[in-house]
Every structure is written in structure tokens, then in C-alpha cells.
Design a protein around this ligand. Structure first.
Ligand code: ZN
Length: 173
């Protein structure tokens, strides 16, 4: 079983490498995306995962399909959505409007903090089949985009957070 790498590991501090054009849509990348999905699915609080968090210093991250699933009025998932895969992502636009938002990280277990993030962010990336796409996110999705791009640049949210505190049983959901 693949473990999620924790904050003192130097792989989280490296600038991750671009995936070469010839590898886009290839088997190694789709296998890696699948492995990342399996690891993320085990994490009840996880909404996204970057490749360096499982030790692969490559510019790639996934966002959990649970954020896009269709739910009934009790919040139960009635139609699943696959995880979104972002390969060689680039932030092409972020809104000037920002907010201080609660943030945590699967590589910084047990802590949470407040980070200033743009309210909207647009990404250009390739999907697992090698097709380019653009996606604009707002709110939580914009926050995720910025958090994951930071991972690919060797940055952890705790570098930027105003205050970092231990998760209490109360705030953990
Ligand atoms: Zn993280």
C-alpha cells in the first residue's frame, strides 16, 4: 500500500518535473493517476492529491470526483463522478479578490491553518488521455487548484498560513 508522504520528506520541497509531451496519454501516467485515486479514496477528509505526495516528483494532481458527484437532498451520492486528473497544470488566471480560508493537507497530518487564497482560479492542463483543457474554479475548487500548484512547486500551505493549529475532534469532520 502506498503511504502519503509527510512534511519532512524532501520530495515535497522539490519543484516537480514537467511530464514530457511523448508521455501524455501514455500508460505510465494513467497508471499513476489510478494509483493516486486509490490512495485518495482511502482518505475520508481528502479532496485532492499531488503526485509528489506519493513520492513521484511530477507535475500532476487529481481532484476527488466526490466534489462533482450528483447528490440527493440528504447529501448522499446518487451518481458518482470520476476523479479529475490535471497534468502539467498552469494557473493562467487568479482573481484579485482573496479570502482567508481554512486549509489542511494530507501531508501535514493533524494540523489546520488559515491561508489567503484567490476566490477564483483558472487552470490549463492535460487530462489522463493527453487532451488539453481549461477549467475555472471558484471557492473550494479554486483553493484546491492553488494548494496543488503549490505542491508542484515545493510549497506547503504551512509556509503561507497565518495561524496553524492542531485539529480538534470538534473541527474534524
Ligand atoms: Zn496538500
Amino acid at each position: 500500500m502506498t503511504d502519503i508522504i509527510q512534511k519532512d520528506n524532501p520530495v515535497l520541497r522539490k519543484r516537480a518535473a514537467e511530464i514530457e509531451t511523448g508521455e501524455l496519454g501514455g500508460e505510465r501516467i494513467s497508471a499513476l493517476a489510478e494509483q493516486m485515486s486509490k490512495v485518495l479514496a482511502r482518505e475520508h477528509h481528502g479532496v485532492a492529491l499531488a503526485a509528489p505526495q506519493i513520492g513521484e516528483s511530477l507535475r500532476m494532481f487529481i481532484v476527488s470526483g466526490t466534489l462533482f458527484a450528483r447528490r440527493d437532498n440528504k447529501g448522499e451520492i446518487v451518481e458518482k463522478h470520476p476523479d479529475l486528473v490535471f497534468i502539467n497544470p498552469r494557473l493562467t488566471n487568479t482573481s484579485k479578490e482573496t479570502a482567508w480560508v481554512e486549509e489542511g493537507c494530507l501531508s501535514v497530518e493533524g494540523l489546520q491553518g488559515r491561508v489567503e487564497r484567490a476566490l477564483e482560479a483558472t487552470l490549463e492542463a492535460y487530462d489522463a488521455t493527453g487532451k488539453p483543457f481549461t477549467l475555472k474554479g471558484a471557492g473550494l475548487l479554486a483553493q484546491i487548484f492553488q494548494h496543488e500548484i503549490d505542491h508542484l512547486n515545493g510549497v506547503l500551505y504551512t509556509d503561507k498560513a497565518k495561524d496553524v493549529y492542531k485539529l480538534s475532534e470538534k473541527t474534524e469532520t
